[in-house]
Ligand binder design. Sequence first.
Ligand SMILES: N[C@@H](CCC[C@H](N)C(=O)O)C(=O)O
Length: 288
Amino acid sequence: MTYPFLKGHGTRNDFVLLPDHDGSVHGGLAVERVRALCDRRAGIGGDGVLRVVRTAALAATDPGAAALAEGAEWFMDYRNADGSVSEMCGNGVRVFALHLLQEGLVEPGTPIPVGTRDGVKVVTPAGGAPEDGLTVDMGAPRLVGRTEVSVGERAWPARHVDMGNPHAVAFVDSLDDAGALTEAPGHDAGVYPDGVNVEFVVRRGPRHVAMRVHERGSGETSSCGTGACAVMVAAAEADGALGSDDDAAGAAYRVDLPGGTLTIALDERGHMLMTGPAVIVARGTTDL
Ligand SMILES: N[C@@H](CCC[C@H](N)C(=O)O)C(=O)O
C-alpha cells in the first residue's frame, strides 16, 4: 500500500508529514512505521512524524487527545523518531500550519488553531511570506523545580520547565561541555519518569542565548521549539526579568540553535510567543 507524505523542517528540526485527514490511513500509527519513516538511511529521515488528521476523525481512536483539541479543526498527531508520543512540538506546529496554508486547508490571513496533546496552539504568519516566519502562542510555561543533569563525569544544576512536555535547562560555560551527546544525558528518573528533553545553554549577550538540545525520543537535534521556550523562561528568570519592573513581557529573547534562530517573547498574559521559519522541502508517496 502506498500513501502520501511530505517532508519539512523548522530551523532544521525535520519531520515527515503524513496527511490522514479522516484517520483511515494511519489510525493506529505503529511505532515500527514511525521508525522506518524517520530512518535517515533506509527511510525518508526525520526527527519525528506529524500526522495531519481532523480532530473529529481522531475522536474515534484517541478521544482523550481529541477532547484536548476542542475548537481546532486540525490535530497535529506528533511522534518522536523512536515512535514515542510527545505532548507538543514547537517547530513541528509551525511546519504543520504552513502545510495547512499551502494546501488551502485553512483560511489564509487568519490565525490557525492547531490541536495538540498540550491543547490548542494558535499559529499566525509573522508578516510577509509564511515560510519566512510564523508565530506560535505556546501558552504559559511552568517553572517546576530545580534538578541536575549530567554527561559522563560532569554534572550541572538544571531548571525543570514544563512546556506541556518536560525540559531540563542547564547553563554551561561552553556548548562543547556537553560532548558528542550521542547518549541521553543523565537525569533524575524520579523527577522525569517519562524521560526529558535536556538543553545546554550559554549566554551570548543581553536577552541573547545559544543552546544545544538532546531530545527525548530523537537524540541530539538541530533545534527544539519547546526547548527554546524553556531556555528563554529559565534565562529570563535568571535575569530577574520575570514579574519585576524589568519585566520580560514584550521583550524578545533571541535563541540561537545549531539549525537557526528562534525569537521568543512573553506577552502580558504570560504566554510565550515563539517566532521562526518553516519549510516544506519534498512531497511524494511511500510504501514504508
Ligand atoms: N522538537 C520538538 C519537541 C519534540 C518532542 C520532544 N522530543 C519530546 O519528547 O517531548 C520541538 O520543536 O518542540
